[in-house]
Design a protein around this ligand. Structure first.
Ligand code: SAM
Ligand code: SF4
Length: 326
């Protein structure tokens, strides 16, 4: 069992398959020119399998594949197939652009729930956020997943003055469609030009929804980062991920492995532990895993606390989101 000093059991591993992506979301990529990591420096399929097995032996019950965009990696299908044979719940977060090429692979790996990022229902705005003309591809892939009975969760990063006016359009989408909308507060990462006035907090999100819809809180799972709500009469539901205004660190069970094989004990940790180099030298990486989690800070990587309104993002030491794996 992987435990930290605060007795939090860590049984959920998020693996980034690549820091490459076919979209250019402004809140995720560094603003400056960015070179993706060469394939040779990334964990290879067999290394991902070995490391994942070690984590599973240490008690990991759930693995999420993420990135960058996990489905742009050339050997994504074989990685998914390989990890699908492990005794864990396997899930994926994707921008949705390539899902149509992976339906049968996802199904055979027993992936039933898929998180798809979509921050706007307006094609022009999608182009502004992502700098790629793939809105209709994402929308049609969401339809395709629903037709094939996958559980679909939509991740929407809410940015004040940019897409907060669309919150109720997303809620209206749930009227007849059994999707879950996850409104995510905008978080600071290296190079993403975060400022506190761009955060549209959970309170404001709920106020806005309350102007148009009646909703009720729903009890979530033990380690949920999301606060869940249902809207009577709607086929779908919604949730809010309030990292900035109401962090959920006390029940955190997450570890993150970057595509180049570094273990982060928190999304906001400044430090990271290289697992890939010692693995390539034939060393035992299990003690490193435990040491890294024992070094986990109580809250937000130990880098900030208090209200996000006072936060100076320049003082946070971290990677950009695309190189961590969301
Ligand atoms: N490419 C995939 C995708 O877009 O879903 C997976 C990787 S992406 C980094 C994972 C999640 O992180 C996405 O839902 C994205 O919206 C979210 N994300 C990225 N940058 C963020 C930020 N600054 N604040 C909040 N969420 C962010
Ligand atoms: Fe790519 Fe996902 Fe980041 Fe957008 S959020 S740039 S799709 S990794």
């Amino acid at each position: 069992m992987i435990k930290d000093l605060f007795k939090r059991v860590h049984d959920y591993l998020r693996i980034s398959l690549t820091d490459n992506c076919n979209l250019r979301c402004a809140y995720c990529m560094p603003a400056d020119e960015y070179d993706f990591t060469p394939a040779s420096q990334l964990m290879q399929t067999s290394e991902i399998e070995t490391i994942s097995r070690l984590f599973v032996e240490q008690g990991v019950k759930k693995i999420r594949l993420t990135g960058g965009e996990p489905l742009v990696r050339r050997d994504a299908a074989s990685i998914i197939e390989t990890l699908g044979s492990l005794p864990v719940e396997l899930v994926i977060t994707t921008n949705g652009t390539r899902l149509h090429e992976f339906l049968s692979v996802l199904r055979s790996a027993n992936i039933r729930t898929i998180n798809i990022s979509l921050d706007t229902l307006q094609p022009d705005k999608f182009m502004l956020i992502t700098r790629r003309n793939l809105f209709h591809q994402v929308r049609s892939n969401i339809e395709l997943l629903l037709q094939h009975d996958f559980h679909v969760k939509i991740n929407m990063v809410v940015m004040k003055g940019f897409n907060d006016e669309e919150i109720n359009d997303f809620i209206a989408w749930t009227t007849h469609i059994p999707i879950q909308i996850r409104f995510i507060e905008f978080m600071p990462f290296s190079g993403n030009r975060w400022t506190n006035d761009k955060v549209f907090s959970m309170d404001k999100i709920l106020d806005k929804i309350n102007n148009q819809f009646e909703f009720l809180p729903v009890k979530g799972e033990a380690h949920d980062t999301a606060k869940h709500f249902m809207i009577p009469g709607h086929a779908g539901s919604f949730a809010v991920i309030s990292t900035m205004s109401a962090p959920f660190c006390s029940s955190c069970n997450r570890m993150r492995l970057t595509a180049d094989g570094k273990l982060k004990n928190c999304l906001f940790s400044a430090g990271e532990t290289d697992l890939l180099s010692p693995l390539r030298k034939g060393e035992d990486i299990v003690p490193l895993i435990h040491q890294t989690i024992l070094g986990k800070a109580k809250q937000l990587g130990g880098q900030f606390s208090g209200t996000f309104e006072m936060l100076d993002a320049e003082k946070i030491q971290n990677r950009s989101m695309i190189t961590i794996g969301g």
